[in-house]
Design a protein around this ligand. Structure first.
Ligand SMILES: Cc1ncc(COP(=O)(O)O)c(C=O)c1O
Length: 346
């Protein structure tokens, strides 16, 4: 796939030469004994960046969310989540299979919920009902098109949660993007959640891994469940080194991905049949309608592949594009040329 302009996801990035050097030189140990100095350094660094007592390195964003949910809940509990959220839709039914919990899903606007909506979803204290335990929110919101949770809405949700004795988990796989786009520090967002998962293998460009952050007691529970699902990774410092490198060198450059996404959105808006609002492109994800092009999204995806551009079709009439470290401004312009060619030929 290396000759393609790959706009399917920001997970497709390859480690840079400098990142590989950092990985090759990493000091390692057995992390299951807590003896990998590079894993420990990454965990300390991420806990600090998020303003939490502790964090733990895990294999993926899915594992991070699922272990956090497991650690917060008991079987039979209910979670309040947004209907298009990642942990509900794209983690293999893990909340039911791993935690034995059920979801009360609410429809947000581009993934964003209001505290008042959540308030109406909390179950009454009555034995007929499940126990509402946890609220999950996602910042940025993947299916919302990389939308940013306004800090004020997070504050309101957290204040409400605390008034009801509920917990809040933040799926912050792309919290870095929200932070770079708004200038609000990751810890200022994280302050409004009891636990946070963050990913180093998306926009930041590390090859593997996510972290969960929270109180020491909570991370101790996550650690136990990480062991239970076979997530202890031994000399994982080789991987953690890429995460440290990514945080130090690839954080600020996320701005370029956002500029490229906006450039792409502005170009797409000019193509007949594409429906996109560039104002809704806040970070590195674009989701747009193609119904009026006369091509189902799968046909468009396949035709674009022949022009050297990879992308994901969502349902029959939408396309998702994601900008990242391995996509340049020139690639964006080439992708726009390909879009024009494919759609106007139709
Ligand atoms: C918002 C969000 N959370 C969690 C994940 C899961 O991450 P992973 O693919 O590392 O399991 C993703 C993946 O794209 C995501 O977009």
């Amino acid at each position: 796939m290396s000759d393609f302009i790959d706009l399917r996801s920001d997970t497709v990035t390859k480690p840079t030469a400098e990142m590989r050097k950092a990985m090759a030189g990493a000091e390692v140990g057995d992390d299951v004994y807590g003896e990998d100095p590079t894993v420990n350094a990454l965990q300390e660094k991420v806990a600090k960046v998020l303003g939490k007592e502790a964090s733990i390195y895990v294999a993926s964003g899915t594992m991070a969310n699922q272990l956090a949910i497991k650690s917060h809940t008991q079987p039979g509990d209910e979670l309040i989540m947004e209907a298009t959220s990642h942990p509900y839709n794209f983690e293999g039914g893990g909340i039911a299979a791993i935690s034995g919990v059920q979801a009360y899903c609410l429809q947000g606007i581009r993934g964003i919920l209001e505290a008042s909506q959540i308030e109406s979803a909390v179950r009454p204290q009555d034995h007929h009902y499940p126990l509402t335990r946890l609220i999950c929110i996602e910042n940025t919101h993947n299916r919302g098109g990389g939308s940013i949770y306004p800090l004020k809405k997070m504050e309101e949700i957290y204040r409400f949660a605390k008034s009801k004795g509920l917990l809040v988990h933040l799926d912050g796989a792309r919290l870095w993007n929200a932070s770079v786009a708004t200038g609000i520090k990751p810890h200022e967002y994280a302050e409004h959640a009891d636990s946070v998962s963050v990913c180093i293998s998306k926009g930041l460009g590390a090859p593997v891994g996510s972290l969960v952050a929270g109180t020491k007691a909570f991370i101790d529970r996550v650690h136990r469940f990480r062991k239970m699902v076979g997530g202890g990774m031994r000399q994982a410092g080789i991987l953690a080194a890429a995460g440290i490198y990514a945080l130090d060198h690839h954080f600020d450059r996320l701005k370029e991905d956002h500029e490229n996404a906006k450039r792409l959105a502005l170009g797409l808006r000019e193509i007949k049949g594409i429906s996109i609002n560039p104002d809704h492109v806040e970070t590195n994800i674009l989701i747009f309608g193609v119904a009026q092009t006369g091509m189902p999204s799968i046909e468009l995806r396949d035709a674009m592949k022949k022009e050297g551009v990879l992308m994901n079709a969502l349902g029959g009439q939408q396309i998702r594009l994601v900008t990242h470290l391995d996509v340049t401004r020139e690639d964006i312009d080439k992708a726009l040329v390909a879009f024009r060619k494919v759609i106007l030929k139709k």
